[in-house]
Design a protein around this ligand. Structure first.
Ligand code: NAD
Length: 261
């Protein structure tokens, strides 16, 4: 069930909208931003119960949050995203948004020989087109002096053959970040990206979780010697969404534990 906001707390704090915040990096980011004093709008794709759990954890911690659903595969994803936000936002609706985190994403794996054109388009839609459309349709809602943080990938720095299409989408996110930062500088809106390495989330469940052989292959390739946690990415996003990072814009910050993968 979609959760509506609690008005009292919403009156006091800036708003952050986090896409794909029902689990993984997005959920950790929503919780981190709440601890930093944000009211958090928790977007999700199809896992309402998971999104509600994130809202519940934020409220248990003394913050406020609400959840809303929007499918990012649609060609009109931007308009639908904000319509879905407005439908649930209640008293938050007229208030400006300080921070937008474009986190939702999918990794579709497979060699180029077998990679379906429909998978290519779907992955581009979610990872690359939707952030563009959400920003495009949301520009008027963003507060001057606010922040946009996009979630890229450390995969853009290296060459992994079974995620060619995924890597293309994340390289586009880096370009989006650089160029949008120039466009929004006059409003003092910072635009940055975080490029995570290999993080323990559902995104990697298929090949890494419960697969000791894969873990044994991966760990020697990571300078810090362990697979990252969602919270370790959320902390970098939290910094970029804070006043401490007010003179940082147009950059992609790697948080890969020194991964060579
Ligand atoms: P995850 O699978 O745990 O969570 C993905 C989130 O995106 C979920 O909330 C899901 O509901 C949402 N989502 C997926 N498809 C959607 C759709 N069609 N419409 C609406 N929402 C949709 O993944 P994660 O690991 O937390 O990944 C978050 C971001 O981090 C992604 O952009 C991913 O590419 C990036 N990333 C992850 C890793 C990693 O190792 N986990 C590494 C580099 C980059």
């Amino acid at each position: 069930m979609t959760q509506t906001p609690m008005t009292a707390a919403a009156d006091l704090a800036p708003i952050a909208v986090v896409t794909g915040a029902s689990r993984g990096i997005g959920a950790a980011t929503a919780e981190r931003l709440s601890r930093d004093g944000y009211c958090v709008a928790v977007h999700y794709g199809n896992d309402a119960d998971a999104a509600d759990s994130v809202v519940a954890r934020i409220r248990q911690g003394g913050g406020d949050a609400f959840s809303f659903q929007a499918d990012l595969t649609r060609p009109d994803a931007g308009r639908r995203f904000w319509e879905a936000y407005d439908a649930v936002a209640g008293d938050w609706r007229p208030r400006p948004i300080r921070t937008l985190i474009n986190n939702a994403g999918v990794t579709l794996r497979g060699p180029i020989e077998d990679f379906a054109a429909t998978s290519l388009v779907q992955q581009q839609q979610i990872n690359q087109t939707a952030p563009f459309l959400i920003v495009q349709e949301g520009l008027g809602r963003l507060e001057d002096g606010g922040h946009i943080v996009n979630v890229s990938s450390g995969a853009t720095r290296i060459a992994t053959p079974d995620i060619i299409a995924y890597t293309m989408t994340k390289s586009a996110i880096d370009a989006f970040t650089r160029t949008l930062a120039q466009h929004l500088g006059h409003r003092r809106i910072t635009v940055n990206a975080v490029a995570p390495g290999i993080i323990d989330t559902d995104l990697n469940a298929g090949w890494l979780r419960d697969n000791q052989q894969a873990v044994d292959q991966v760990l020697p390739q990571i300078a810090l010697g362990y697979i990252g946690t969602p919270a370790e990415i959320a902390d970098v996003i939290g910094f970029l969404a804070s006043d401490d990072a007010r003179y940082v814009t147009g950059h992609t910050i790697d948080a890969t534990g020194g991964s060579r993968l």
